[in-house]
Design a protein around this ligand. Structure first.
Ligand SMILES: Nc1ncnc2c1ncn2[C@@H]1O[C@H](COP(=O)(O)OP(=O)(O)OP(=O)(O)O)[C@@H](O)[C@H]1O
Length: 666
C-alpha cells in the first residue's frame, strides 16, 4: 500500500512531558538520581500538599483523624487478638467461669469491636477522600480556566507548549482519577500506613529487640522506596509512549466521530484508519509491557528476597526467645503478627500510591501550563502594561497601521513587514491577497488579540494601545472566518455582539431581519428562543450559510450598540452566489457611513468596496478603487480577470445544465 505504516511521532512539547521524555531513563549518576528524587518525590509532593486547604480545613482534619485511627486500629487489633491467644491455655485449664476465660472473652470482644470499627472507617476514608479530591480539583479547574482566559491576546493560548500541557492536564481531569485532588487524599491516606508501620515496629521492640525492629523497618522502607521509585519510573515511561497514545486517540476519534464520517467513507479511508489504530495501539502496549517488565519484575524479586530474609530473621529470634522462655505465648503472637504485618507494608498501597504519583504529575502539567502562559504573556507586549484610557473615542478620521511588523511567537518569519495602511472613517476598505498573505493576522492585530512587535495602530492619531482593552474591543465588531457557533438560543447568538449592554430584543430582531433570516426563524416553534443545536430538545441545526448570517447579525447588533469598526473576514464564503450578491447589495445599504474592512477572495464582492488594498509579502503592494486598480494592470487586475474568466465559464456551464433540466421537464 502507498501509505506509510510507520507511526508518526508528534512533538511532545515542553513541560513535564518533554522534560521527562528527554531525560534518559538509563542509569544516571547517583547525584542526578538523588536530585531528581528530591525534585519529584519531595518538592513535588510539598507543592501538592499546599492544595489541601482548598478542600476545606474541617474536611482535611476529619480525614486525618480517620487515617490516624485506621493506622492505629490494626496495631490494637494485634494486641487484643494476641492477648486472646495468650489466654487460651489458662482458659482451657480454668474452665468457663475462670478469670482467664473472662479476660479472654473481654479481649475477644475488644478485638471484634476494633475489627468492626476498621470496617466502618475504611469506606468513610474513601468517601472523605473523594470529597476532598473533588473539592480540590474543582478549585484547580476553575483556576485553570481563569489562567486560560486571563490573557487579553490569544498568543499564550495558541502556544504549542501551553497547549500540550493543557491537553495533558485536561486528560487527567476528564478521567477524574489520579488528579491533584486525589494525590492530596492519597497523601493523607499514607498517614494511616506509616502510623501502622511505626506501631508494628514498636510492638516488635516491646516483645523482642530494638535492633530487630530497626532491621525490619529498614528492609520495609527499602522495599517501599524501590516500589515507589519503580512506579515513578513507570509513570515517566508513559511520557515516552505519549506521542503514540496521542496518535492512537486521534485515530480513534477520527474513525468513530461523526465529524469526519462523510469524508472517511467517500475516500475509502475507513480500513486505513482501523488498521493504523490497531498498529498504533499494539505499538504502545508492547512498549508499556516491555518497560513494565524491566522496571518492576527484576527489582521486585530483589526486594522480595530482602523482605523475606528480614522477616525470617525476626521469626528465628522470636522462636528462639519463645523456646527459651524469654517471651510469653501472647508476646510471640504479637511479634509474629507484627512482623508479617510490617513486611506487607513494604509494597504498594492501592489507596494512595498511584493516585499520589500520577496526581503530582497532573499538578506539574498544570504548573507548566501556568508557567508557559506567563512566559508567553511576558514575551508579547501586553496591553494592560500600558496606561489605559477607558473613554470611548469617536472615530472621525481614520484607523492607521504605521510601520507595523509582526511575527507569531516562536517564529522569526515576519507575517507583517513594516505594513502601512489607512482605513478611512466611513469607508469600506477591502483587503485582498493570496492564501497566507496575512489578512487574518492583520485582523487579529487590529482587534488586539496580538500586539505588533514593531510599529503601532492609531485611531485618529491616538495609539490604540492607550485604550483600555474592553473599550478597544467594543469599538470593533468582527465576523471571523471560523466564527463561533454557540449552542445557545438565536437571541443569545445575536446579542453576544454586545454583552456589555442589556439584551435588546428589538435590535436582535432588526439584525436578524437585515441578514434575511427573520421569516425562517419566526416560523420556528420557539422563535428566537430556539437553541441552535440538535443536541437539545427542540433545538435546530442551521446550514453553514445560515450560521454565517447569524454571525453577521451578531456583528450588526454590535454596530447598533456602539461598535464603530466592522470587520468581515471571508463573511460570505458559505453563501451561494445569489445569496452573496443579495447580501452585498443590502450590506452596502446597511453599512453606509460605517468604517468597515472586508476580507474576501471573491472579487465580485470586493469590487463593491470603496477602496481595495492588496497585501503581499507582509505589506501593501497596491491600493485604490476597483477602477484604479484595474487600470493599473497589476496583481489585482490579473487576479480579478482570472477569477472573472473562471466564473464566466462556470455560469455558462450552470446555464447549460439548467436549460437542459428545464428542457427535459417540459
Ligand atoms: N497562530 C499562528 N501561529 C503561527 N503562524 C500562524 C498562525 N496563524 C497564521 N500563521 C501563519 O501566518 C501566515 C499568515 O496567515 P493568515 O491566516 O493571516 O493568512 P490569510 O491571508 O488570512 O490566509 P487565507 O487567505 O488563507 O485565510 C501564514 O503563513 C500562516 O501559516
Amino acid at each position: 500500500m502507498w501509505w506509510s505504516r510507520k507511526p508518526f511521532s508528534r512533538r511532545s512539547g515542553s513541560g513535564p512531558t518533554e522534560e521527562a521524555s528527554s531525560l534518559s531513563l538509563a542509569v544516571s549518576g547517583p547525584r542526578k538520581q538523588i536530585s531528581r528524587w528530591w525534585r519529584e518525590a519531595v518538592l513535588g509532593r510539598l507543592r501538592v500538599i499546599r492544595c489541601i486547604p482548598q478542600g476545606g480545613l474541617k474536611l482535611a482534619f476529619a480525614l486525618l483523624a480517620v487515617n490516624i485511627l485506621l493506622g492505629l486500629l490494626p496495631v490494637a487489633f494485634i494486641v487484643a487478638m494476641s492477648t486472646v491467644i495468650g489466654k487460651v491455655p489458662d482458659a482451657v485449664a480454668g474452665g468457663g467461669d475462670s478469670s482467664a476465660t473472662n479476660t479472654l472473652t473481654r479481649f475477644f470482644l475488644l478485638a471484634a469491636a476494633i475489627f468492626i470499627l476498621q470496617e466502618v472507617l475504611t469506606p468513610v476514608q474513601t468517601l472523605l477522600g473523594e470529597l476532598m479530591s473533588r473539592r480540590i480539583d474543582g478549585h484547580l479547574q476553575s483556576n485553570l480556566i481563569a489562567v486560560a482566559l486571563r490573557s487579553e491576546g490569544i498568543g499564550p493560548i495558541e502556544d504549542p507548549a501551553a497547549l500540550d500541557a493543557l491537553d495533558e492536564v485536561s486528560r487527567y481531569f476528564e478521567r477524574r482519577m489520579d488528579t491533584p485532588g486525589a494525590a492530596c487524599a492519597g497523601m493523607l491516606a499514607l498517614v494511616a500506613r506509616y502510623l501502622r508501620l511505626i506501631g508494628l515496629l514498636a510492638l516488635i521492640t516491646m516483645v523482642s529487640h530494638l535492633w530487630l525492629a530497626v532491621a525490619l523497618g529498614s528492609a520495609v522502607i527499602t522495599f517501599r522506596i524501590g516500589q515507589r521509585g519503580g512506579l515513578r519510573i513507570f509513570i515517566r515511561i508513559f511520557d515516552k509512549v505519549n506521542p503514540v497514545f496521542r496518535r492512537t486517540r486521534y485515530l480513534r476519534e477520527v474513525a468513530m466521530g461523526p465529524r469526519d464520517a462523510k469524508e472517511l467513507r467517500i475516500f475509502g479511508l475507513t480500513a486505513w484508519f482501523s488498521e493504523q489504530y490497531a498498529a498504533s495501539y499494539s505499538a504502545a502496549e508492547r512498549q508499556v509491557v516491555r518497560e513494565r517488565r524491566r522496571v518492576y519484575l527484576w527489582p521486585y524479586l530483589g526486594y522480595t528476597a530482602v523482605g523475606l530474609a528480614s522477616t525470617s530473621l525476626v521469626y528465628v529470634f522470636l522462636a528462639n526467645d519463645a523456646v527459651e522462655g524469654r517471651i510469653s505465648l501472647a508476646e510471640l503472637a504479637i511479634g509474629l503478627q507484627a512482623a508479617a504485618g510490617a513486611v506487607l507494608l513494604g509494597s504498594q498501597y492501592p489507596e494512595a500510591d498511584t493516585q499520589t504519583l500520577v496526581g503530582i504529575r497532573a499538578f506539574e502539567a498544570l504548573e507548566t501550563f501556568e508557567r508557559r502562559i506567563a512566559e508567553v504573556e511576558r514575551s508579547v507586549s501586553s496591553v494592560s502594561s500600558r496606561q489605559a484610557m477607558n473613554t470611548t473615542p469617536n472615530l472621525r478620521r481614520n484607523v492607521c497601521f504605521e510601520n507595523v511588523s509582526f511575527s507569531y511567537p516562536g517564529s522569526n518569519r515576519l507575517v507583517l513587514d513594516h505594513l502601512n495602511l489607512e482605513l478611512p472613517a466611513g469607508v469600506c476598505t477591502a483587503v485582498v491577497g493570496l492564501n497566507g498573505a496575512g489578512k487574518t493576522t492583520l485582523v487579529k492585530i487590529l482587534t488586539g488579540l496580538y500586539e505588533p512587535i514593531a510599529g503601532r495602530i492609531t485611531l485618529d492619531g491616538t495609539d490604540m494601545r492607550a485604550l483600555d482593552i474592553d473599550t478597544r474591543r467594543r469599538l470593533v465588531s468582527v465576523v471571523f472566518q471560523d466564527f463561533v457557533r454557540y449552542q445557545m438560543s438565536v437571541a443569545d447568538n445575536v446579542a453576544f455582539g454586545a454583552v456589555h449592554k442589556e439584551k435588546d430584543m428589538a435590535a436582535v430582531r432588526d439584525a436578524i431581519q437585515r441578514v434575511g433570516l427573520l421569516d425562517f426563524l419566526d416560523a420556528l416553534p420557539h422563535g428566537f428562543d430556539t437553541v441552535l443545536s440538535r443536541s437539545y430538545e427542540s433545538g435546530v441545526e442551521l446550514s453553514g450559510g445560515q450560521w454565517q448570517r447569524i454571525a453577521i447579525a451578531r456583528s450588526l447588533y454590535a454596530l447598533d450598540k456602539g461598535a464603530q469598526l466592522l470587520i468581515l473576514d471571508e463573511p460570505t464564503s458559505a453563501l451561494d452566489v445569489r445569496a452573496e450578491s443579495a447580501f452585498f447589495d443590502s450590506f452596502v445599504e446597511m453599512t453606509r457611513g460605517v468604517t468597515s474592512v472586508l476580507i474576501s477572495h471573491r472579487f465580485s464582492s470586493v469590487r463593491r468596496a470603496d477602496r481595495i488594498v492588496v497585501i503581499d509579502g507582509g505589506h501593501v503592494v497596491e491600493q485604490g478603487t476597483h477602477d484604479e486598480l484595474m487600470s493599473m494592470g497589476g496583481d489585482y487586475a490579473r487576479l480579478f480577470n482570472l477569477q472573472a474568466e473562471r466564473f464566466a465559464r462556470g455560469l455558462t456551464a450552470e446555464g447549460e445544465i439548467d436549460s437542459a433540466r428545464f428542457g427535459g421537464a417540459q
